[in-house]
Design a protein around this ligand. Structure first.
Ligand code: GRF
Length: 191
């Protein structure tokens, strides 16, 4: 059995999709949700699904390596970042080599990097009058949005789409593909 931890600090719609996708899976189990926001709605979803949660703060995450023991306690093999905005520290990248993935709401390498999250991304795409956008699922390294790209999917943008409409199209792609891509990685690697 492979165990996944999801790091999420917001609404958690992607986290919910992942939990739903693997609910009856015999080989993969989501058994921990980690958040840096004690009020994040994602924690309610975890509670409703009987999944353990763990709240972290900056000192704990950056000035200690204690989270590794926590992940160990839950026998975590793989980490999915779903709306988690903090940079992953080197000790964690090294401990989970090629076993941390992030989903980014644009076609990297465009519209990535520090500050490029949520509506900031969609507004930038809109202002640049892009004709298409999409999602990128990538391995995580010590830099924002720079790890190796695993998967991308695109959607077209029509001239009348507002940033909000672009966000909606992109979120739909995220929900469609993220769990499946995680499943594929877990099936094809020994992570
Ligand atoms: C998604 O757009 C994802 O690409 C980004 O954060 C957002 C999370 O949304 N990394 P949700 O919390 O899963 O609804």
């Amino acid at each position: 059995m492979k165990h996944i931890a999801i790091f999420a600090s917001g609404t958690g719609s992607n986290a919910r999709k992942i939990v739903d996708y693997f609910r009856d899976n015999e080989h993969v189990k989501v058994n921990l949700i980690i958040s840096n926001n004690a009020n994040a709605p994602v924690l309610e979803m975890a509670k409703d699904n009987g999944i353990d949660t763990f709240i972290i703060n900056r000192d704990y995450f950056y000035d200690s390596t204690q989270i590794l023991s926590e992940l160990n306690t839950f026998a975590i093999d793989f980490i999915a970042l779903a709306g988690f905005l903090w940079l992953i520290p080197t000790y964690l990248v090294n401990a989970y080599n090629q076993a941390i993935v992030n989903i980014h709401p644009a076609l990297l390498p465009k519209y990535g990097g520090k500050g490029m999250y949520g509506m900031n991304v969609h507004k930038a795409v809109y202002e640049a009058k892009e004709k298409e956008t999409g999602i990128t699922i990538h391995f995580v390294n010590e830099k924002y949005d720079e790890g190796a790209i695993i998967f991308q999917a695109t959607c077209s943008i029509s001239p009348e789409d507002t940033p909000k409409e672009i966000a909606k199209k992109v979120l739909q792609l995220e929900h469609q593909y993220f769990s499946k891509v995680i499943d594929d990685i877990l099936m094809t690697t020994n992570k």
